[in-house]
Design a protein around this ligand. Structure first.
Ligand code: EPZ
Length: 418
């Protein structure tokens, strides 16, 4: 397994272009199953999770051609409608192939995703609403077995604005009979990017960027040539890094509107951030403590919670953050405490006493965003910090080591021999 060795403290300085959004790309890859015509996706990020989804599509018979960062798909000859356990267990978002399989082939067999480090990650909202559309669903031997004569458009009020469920149901609806209305739909930009991808294939979807999506089923979808949005969570991660280390950083390649709430909160706490059309420029700032809690979009994103805990460690005074979305998303805290951070957990709230002196110690990644928090904290830590199991960070941050080295961080990736 690989580890990072980071020599701190160091400023994160310069210009970084974020990659395309992992959490838009994954459902869009599942959406490739909806059409028999050629589809091209531009600048597909090289990530472990993307590679897992690629394997799932290939197991089903999708032909994938890669030229540089551009991928072309041919799903005209699907030979299997099954997503196997050994692939799904490593990447829960695979459950999003179920909607497209039912929509186009009237059947699908997908391994139950299983939990992950940050929570049990149930899929009850996905399944209950697919049943309302006419899917017969049986859970047996760790698999979701689903089939239907034909999915029907219905009214689907979601009891929680689940990102994955909204995406799965939207893809199920684009080829269903009649109109589907998804109420209380997730508003995340990645959901809208999937909707725009489907519309570019001829899907009839209105209400994009609102909590009510209207989808009128069509007979079939044509091909498309599509470029995915920039990764707002990667951008937010680098913004935290610059603020923590007192760097001067230009972060480009994403839509700052997708971080409106986050940037507003940072500016209110003293962050010097200039906002452009597709970039932000972060300057050295004297920050005041922050008090935040995570919510579905457009609220503060749970995917930046860990990185903000690391940022709060560098701000004088007491900061608070409450995690409302996942039940176990503080595994970065014990690792950060190993560096000397003063963080107390009270239920779902973390209380951070800023500016505790940080000293290098071996630490370990536990999940994707926790890993990002550890890397950022190591940049503010005296000495050589060794960060183990960085395969977690490789799931969602393309070439993160190269990008940080280009920003002046003395970072070395080493294989620890096991
Ligand atoms: C997506 O996960 C993202 N993943 C997550 O990013 C992100 O944290 C999450 O949305 C919230 O924004 C991808 O897009 C691939 P949810 P998803 O369904 O779809 C509960 C990262 O770091 N729930 O909105 O799984 C669930 O338990 C990852 O990039 C149900 O109860 O998120 C959780 O508490 C981590 N039943 C909450 O909803 C369901 O059927 C949010 O889940 C579905 C979800």
């Amino acid at each position: 397994m690989d580890k990072f060795i980071i020599q701190g403290p160091v400023k994160i300085n310069g210009t970084v272009e974020v990659s395309k959004a992992k959490n838009a790309c994954l459902p869009i890859l599942a959406g490739v199953l909806l059409s028999a015509k050629p589809i091209t996706l531009r600048k597909v990020p090289k990530l472990r999770d993307i590679n897992t989804m690629k394997k799932i599509l290939e197991v089903m018979g999708v032909k994938i051609t890669i030229e540089g960062d551009d991928w072309t798909f041919d799903a005209s000859n699907i030979t299997s409608t099954e997503a196997p356990y050994e692939l799904v267990k490593t990447m829960r978002a695979s459950i999003c192939v179920l909607g497209p399989l039912l929509a186009r082939f009237n059947k699908g067999k997908v391994s139950l995703p299983g939990g992950c480090a940050i929570g049990t990650r149930p899929i009850d909202i996905h399944l209950a609403n697919l049943e309302k559309m006419g899917a017969n669903i049986k859970i047996e031997a760790g698999y979701v077995n689903a089939d239907t004569s034909k999915l029907k458009g219905v009214h689907l009020p979601l009891n929680f604005p689940s990102v994955g469920a909204t995406e799965n149901l939207m893809m199920a609806a684009v080829l269903a009979e009649g109109e589907t209305v998804i109420e209380n739909a997730a508003l995340e930009p990645e959901v809208s990017d999937l909707a725009n991808f489907l519309i570019s294939m001829g899907a009839k979807i209105t209400g994009v960027d609102t909590q009510t999506l209207h989808i009128t089923g069509v007979k079939e979808l044509h091909g498309t040539d599509y470029t995915i949005i920039g990764d707002r969570i990667e951008a937010g991660t680098f913004i935290c890094g610059a603020l923590m280390t007192g760097g001067d950083l230009l972060v480009k390649g994403f839509n700052p509107k997708h971080l409106d709430f986050v940037i507003d909160k940072l500016k209110a706490a003293g962050a010097q951030i200039e906002v452009g059309k597709d970039f932000v420029h972060v300057k050295p700032s004297k920050m005041k403590p922050l008090k935040l809690e995570t919510h579905p979009y457009p609220g503060f994103p749970t995917d930046l919670q860990a990185q903000f805990v690391a940022l709060m460690m560098t701000i004088e005074g007491y900061s608070l953050i409450t995690e409302n979305i996942f039940e176990n998303r503080y595994m970065h805290v014990p690792e950060l405490i190993r560096l000397g951070a003063q963080i107390e957990l009270k239920g779902s709230t973390a209380i951070i006493t800023g500016q505790a002196p940080l000293k290098a110690a071996p630490i370990m990644c536990t999940d994707l965003r926790a890993s990002a928090a550890l890397v950022l904290a190591a940049c503010c830590t005296e000495g050589k910090t060794e960060i183990q199991r960085v395969y977690h960070i490789d799931r969602g941050y393309e070439r993160i080591d190269q990008k940080l080295v280009d920003l002046g961080v003395p970072l070395e990736r080493r294989n620890d021999g096991n």
